[in-house]
Design a protein around this ligand. Structure first.
Ligand code: ADP
Ligand code: ADP
Length: 225
């Protein structure tokens, strides 16, 4: 589904990604694990068109997307949930979800899709009229994910959904990630929390200072920890 071929990404003269190649197959949960500053967010930003690789290519469903604009990439079926739970805090939960469907021409199914998001995240249903800025951190993470799902992605890019959240909430969010995957969405999950990430992933890559150091099935990586 997704093939990253030898990409190099720079910020000025800082090289954040050094010859990264990786693959995600349809139906998988793939995780990219690494410490702070390793290049994880940069990879997701590059996949979603926010950063351009200096060299290398990204193929998605047989098409080169590394030259496309972010909006075209969302339309092609890739949704990105950036780190830091970006929600529009002065808008309600419901309004945030509506915004997630911005790329869709046919708006007739939006209500129904919102119901599906509420099935996944019942806490959002209870708070649907509430301003997003008043939600807890975990709820904001759920909302950011729900908004991405409103674009009906085939591939969901998640940037550190566990960051700064209590273990119990993290567990809930990871259960929901598995459920989203079971319902047919392929997932690329970036995490510092290797244990949690490996517990849901099929395959994993470990990134250190811009390079992939290890790759394998989640079971292989769990055994080597
Ligand atoms: P991670 O997501 O793994 O924490 P990042 O992708 O955010 O890592 O960062 C990778 C490297 O690129 C780091 O050295 C970081 O300081 C640098 N970097 C990230 N964003 C920028 C930016 N906008 N400008 C300059 N350097 C950046
Ligand atoms: P966004 O996710 O909104 O694109 P960025 O992560 O690119 O935000 O960072 C926002 C601002 O902070 C940018 O001006 C960027 O250049 C700067 N920045 C972010 N990370 C770094 C870094 N590690 N080193 C230097 N500047 C950075």
């Amino acid at each position: 589904m997704l093939k990253v071929n030898d990409i190099n990404v720079f910020y000025g003269n800082i090289q954040a990604l050094k010859g990264i190649s990786l693959e995600v197959k349809e139906g998988e949960i793939v995780t990219l694990i690494g410490a702070n500053g390793a290049g994880k967010s940069t990879l997701l930003k590059t996949l979603s068109g926010l950063q351009k690789p200096k060299s290398g290519t990204i193929e998605y469903l047989g098409e080169t997307i590394s030259t496309k604009a972010p909006q075209a990439i969302v339309k092609a079926g890739i949704s990105h949930v950036p780190e830091g739970r970006r929600v529009f805090s002065n808008m309600s939960v419901e309004e945030n979800l509506e915004l997630g469907a911005f790329t869709r021409k046919d708006t007739s199914g939006i209500r129904k899709d919102m119901e599906k998001v509420y099935d996944l995240f019942p806490r959002l249903l209870e708070r649907r009229k509430q301003l997003s800025g008043t939600l807890s951190g975990g709820e904001q993470q759920m909302l950011a994910m729900g908004r991405a799902i409103m674009a009906k992605p085939k591939l969901l890019l998640l940037d550190e959904p566990s960051m700064g959240l209590a273990p119990l909430i993290v567990k809930q969010i990871f259960n929901i990630i598995e459920q989203i995957n079971k319902e047919g969405t392929t997932v690329l999950l970036v995490e510092q929390n290797a244990n949690m990430a490996l517990s849901v992933a099929d395959r994993a890559y470990v990134i250190e200072t811009g390079r992939i150091q290890i790759s394998g099935t989640a079971a292989e990586l769990q055994a080597s920890e």
